[in-house]
Design a protein around this ligand. Structure first.
Ligand code: AMP
Length: 281
């Protein structure tokens, strides 16, 4: 496995594979890798000849009061994990490599689907995501890019971006990897205290209860209210509990597939999760 820290170095490493028309897979991450990230790499290995994983904590997707400075940076440990799952190239650029000194004059903005859910609590976050993803896609030029369904809104936004700008690649969504107790794996889980970690699986449990109630025909509005109340009573500070269509449109009636979304804080840690509900016909 090679590690490249510059755009030129990466291009030189990728050129032989590109000329040989090998299929290049790409997994963008912010590092501090866990099984969720590694499963994206495993999926990529199944259909690609060569897999590039980027590790870059992108400053433009963090708000002024968010955890950019404290975000865990564990490159050595990440590199060992990636070598074990057969990653071919790690791209780990410094901020200066990705954002040259001159002021940038281009923004990338996906509209509408970036506004609600996490876009509401984290203004500008998805502009930062769209920008870094566009830059990384241009640098790596992959055939396939792999994103986790855990960040469902991000996945749909990136798919929209790729479609709207005719980017020559396919975006593949990979199911969420969970701990045994159901908690979606996340680099931010490391911020939880022992007590908070014990409470955290309630998010997924509440999504699953909601799914059962929906399938039994209970009203969506009542179910969302109950989820909010139950999670608040357990000690969560709710950011949002919402239902959307898989395209992130408003749910108008419940004879369509929907995705239930939760974002909630335990102490200083913000957790997100979602669950798709396929309505039986
Ligand atoms: P991050 O490093 O948090 O920016 O995540 C990098 C990629 O890994 C994104 O596509 C995430 O959606 C994905 N990811 C993070 N956690 C999980 C998980 N538990 N299961 C599946 N994918 C995940």
């Amino acid at each position: 496995m090679k590690t490249e820290t510059t755009i030129h170095g990466l291009a030189a490493s990728l050129n032989p594979a590109r000329h040989a028309k090998k299929l290049i897979g790409f997994v963008p991450t912010m590092g501090n890798l866990h099984e969720g990230h590694l499963n994206l790499v495993r999926e990529a290995k199944k259909i690609c000849d060569l897999v590039v994983v980027s590790i870059f904590v992108n400053p433009t997707q963090f708000g002024p009061n968010e955890d950019f400075d404290n975000y865990p940076r564990t490159l050595d440990q990440d590199s060992h994990l990636l070598a074990d799952v057969g990653c071919d190239i790690v791209f780990a650029p410094a901020v200066e490599q990705m954002f040259a000194k001159e002021p940038r004059k281009t923004n990338i903005q996906v509209t509408e689907i970036t506004q609600g859910l996490c876009g509401h609590a984290r203004p500008g976050h998805f502009d930062g995501v769209a920008l870094i993803v566009t830059k990384l896609f241009n640098i790596v030029q992959p055939n396939y890019a792999f994103f986790g369904q855990k960040d469902f809104q991000q996945l749909v936004i990136v798919q929209q971006l790729v479609r709207d700008l005719n980017m020559p690649l396919e975006v593949i969504g990979v199911p969420t990897t969970r701990a045994e107790d159901g908690l979606a794996l996340s680099s931010r889980n490391g911020y939880l205290t022992v007590e908070e970690r014990a409470l955290a699986p309630q998010i997924y449990a509440s999504l699953n209860h909601a799914k059962v109630f929906l399938e039994q025909g209970e009203a969506l509005k009542d179910i969302l209210e109950k989820m909010k109340n139950d999670l608040t009573t357990s000690g969560f500070e709710i950011d949002y509990v919402e239902a959307r269509t898989p395209e992130l449109e408003t749910v108008l009636h419940f004879d369509q597939d929907i995705v239930l979304f939760v974002a909630a804080r335990l102490g200083k840690t913000r957790l997100i999760d979602n669950l798709r509900v396929n309505v039986p016909t």
